[in-house]
Design a protein around this ligand. Structure first.
Ligand code: KG4
Ligand code: ZN
Length: 418
C-alpha cells in the first residue's frame, strides 16, 4: 500500500521530489497520441507527477467539425518532440534516468497511434530502456489508483469520445468486459449534438469540447423538459447504444428552430433545458447498464463485501451531473463511486505513464525488443464476457432505481448539491 503521508510530504516539498525519486523510486515516461491529444508525462511509483507536456488539438478539430485523422496525425508529429521534452525538463530527469517508456499502442486512430509508437521506439533505441505498450482504455480505468488507494477488484465504467465500456477489473492486466457500446460512443454523440446546437457560437463555449459546452449550458435547466427515450430497455445485458440520442436530438432541435424562427447561426432558446434533458437521458442509460453489471457481479460473488467500488472514467466522466446521478445510485446499493479528477479523465500522458508504472511494479507487459510491438486501432478491452451477461438475463427494476434517486436528482436540479 502506498504511503499517503509520504505522498503529502512529497507534494509539499515539490522541488525535492526529483531528488527523492532519483534515490528511492523508479520513474516512467508515458506517451499518448491515440486521438487528438499529444501527451507525455513522468510519474514515480507513488503517483507523483514529476513532469508533464500536453498539446491539445481541440481548437483545430472544433473548426473542422470533428477529428480528421490525417490532420490529427500531422499535429502529433509536429508536437510530440516538444511535449516529451517539456515533460522531461519539468521533471529535471534525463531520458537515461527513466526505468521504462510506456506508450499507447491500442485502440485509437491508426495514423495517430503510430506517431507515438515510432517516437517511443526511437527513444528506446537511444536509451536502451524497456518499452511498455499500453491499452488506452485500461489506462483510463486505472488512473484513479494513482490518486486514491483503490484495491482490486472493482467495477469500472469508461465513457469517452471513442468508447463506452463496463468491465470488472481483477488486476493490472485482467479486465472482464461486461458491456460495450454497440454503435457509437457517448462523447461522439454529445459532440455531434453540441455542433448541431451551434453551442460554439456562444462566446463562453467557443473553445470548449462538445461535452463541456453541454454541461455548461445545462446548468440550472429542467432535465425533464425533453423526454429522451430510454434505449435498450428490453435488452437484458450491459451493452450501450447512443445513436437514438443523436436522432432524437436532431428532430427536437429542428422542430425548435422552426417554432422559434432561429437564425442560421443562432442557438434555440430552450438550449438550457435541452442540454439538461440530454445529460439526464445519458446518465439514466449509463445507470441502467451499471445497475445490471453490479447485479451480475454480485450474483457471481465477485464483489468483496469490504470493497464495493465503481470507478467512472474517460472524458464523459468529467460531467458532474452524470457523476452525481451515478453516485446517488451507488449509495442505494452499498457501492462507492470514485472518479479521477476531471483533468485526468480526458486524454493525457499521465495516465499512460501511470499504467506503465503499474505494469513495471507487477513485472508484466514489459517488452525488451521494440521491433515486436505494433499498433492495433480496434483492440477490444479485456476478456469478452458480454454473452455470459446476456445469458444470465438479469432483470433490473429501472423504475424503482429511478424512484430511489429521485430526491437527489431534484436537489441537483435546484442546485443544492451541484
Ligand atoms: O477520454 P477522452 O478525452 O478522449 C477519448 O478517449 O475519446 O474523451 C473525450 C470526450 C469528448 O467527446 C468530450 O466532449 C467528452 O469527452 N467530454 C465531456 C465532458 N468533458 C469532455 N462529456 C460530457 N461532459 C463533460 N463535462
Ligand atoms: Zn480517452
Amino acid at each position: 500500500m502506498r504511503s499517503f503521508v509520504l505522498q503529502k510530504f512529497l507534494r509539499r516539498w515539490n522541488p525535492y521530489v526529483g531528488c527523492y525519486a532519483r534515490l528511492y523510486s523508479r520513474i516512467v515516461l508515458g506517451i499518448e497520441t491515440s486521438c487528438d491529444e499529444t501527451g507525455a508525462a513522468i510519474v514515480d511509483e507513488h503517483g507523483n507527477v514529476l513532469g508533464e507536456g500536453l498539446h491539445s488539438q481541440l481548437d483545430v478539430h472544433l473548426q473542422n467539425g470533428g477529428v480528421i485523422p490525417h490532420i490529427a496525425s500531422y499535429l502529433h508529429k509536429e508536437n510530440i518532440h516538444n511535449v516529451v521534452t517539456t515533460a522531461l525538463r519539468q521533471s529535471k530527469f534525463a531520458l537515461t534516468d527513466v526505468s521504462a517508456i510506456s506508450v499507447t499502442t491500442r485502440p485509437g486512430l491508426a495514423s495517430s497511434l503510430v506517431v507515438g509508437l515510432e517516437y517511443a521506439k526511437g527513444l528506446v533505441k537511444e536509451s536502451g530502456k524497456p518499452l511498455i505498450p499500453i491499452h488506452h482504455m485500461e489506462a483510463h480505468g486505472l488512473t484513479v489508483r494513482m490518486v486514491e488507494d483503490i484495491a482490486f477488484p472493482f467495477l469500472v465504467l469508461l465513457a469517452s469520445g471513442g468508447h463506452c465500456q463496463i468491465a470488472w477489473v481483477q488486476n493490472v492486466e485482467e479486465f472482464l468486459l461486461l458491456g460495450t457500446s454497440l454503435h457509437n460512443s457517448p462523447g461522439e454523440v454529445i459532440d455531434k449534438i453540441a455542433r448541431r446546437l451551434k453551442l460554439q457560437n456562444l462566446p463562453e463555449c467557443y473553445d470548449m469540447s462538445g461535452g463541456r459546452a453541454i454541461e455548461h449550458v445545462a446548468k440550472g435547466g429542467n432535465h425533464l423538459a425533453f423526454n429522451f427515450p430510454c434505449t435498450m430497455i428490453m435488452h437484458r445485458d450491459c451493452n450501450f447504444s447512443f445513436s437514438g440520442f443523436g436522432s432524437y436530438a436532431a428532430a427536437i432541435i429542428e422542430n425548435q428552430e422552426r417554432c422559434y424562427d432561429v437564425p442560421p447561426d443562432g442557438v434555440i432558446p430552450s438550449a438550457r433545458d435541452f442540454c439538461a434533458s440530454l445529460q439526464y437521458g445519458i446518465a439514466l442509460h449509463l445507470l441502467h447498464r451499471v445497475s445490471r453489471a453490479i447485479a451480475f457481479c454480485e450474483a457471481k460473488k465477485w464483489v468483496p463485501s469490504d470493497n464495493k467500488i465503481l470507478v467512472f472514467s474517460g472524458g464523459v466522466a468529467c460531467n458532474s451531473f452524470i457523476r452525481a446521478i451515478l453516485k446517488s445510485f451507488c449509495s442505494t446499493v452499498g457501492f462507492r463511486l470514485t472518479c479521477p479528477p476531471p483533468k485526468l479523465c480526458t486524454d493525457n500522458g499521465i495516465m499512460i505513464a501511470w499504467n506503465g508504472m503499474e505494469k513495471l511494479k507487477e513485472d508484466v507487459g514489459i517488452v525488451l525488443d521494440p521491433e515486436t510491438v505494433f499498433t492495433d486501432s480496434n483492440c477490444p478491452l479485456g476478456k469478452d464476457m458480454t454473452n455470459e451477461v446476456k445469458k444470465a438475463a438479469i432483470k433490473v427494476r429501472y423504475k424503482k432505481i429511478e424512484a430511489d434517486i429521485e430526491t437527489d436528482v431534484e436537489a441537483l436540479r435546484e442546485g443544492c448539491k451541484a
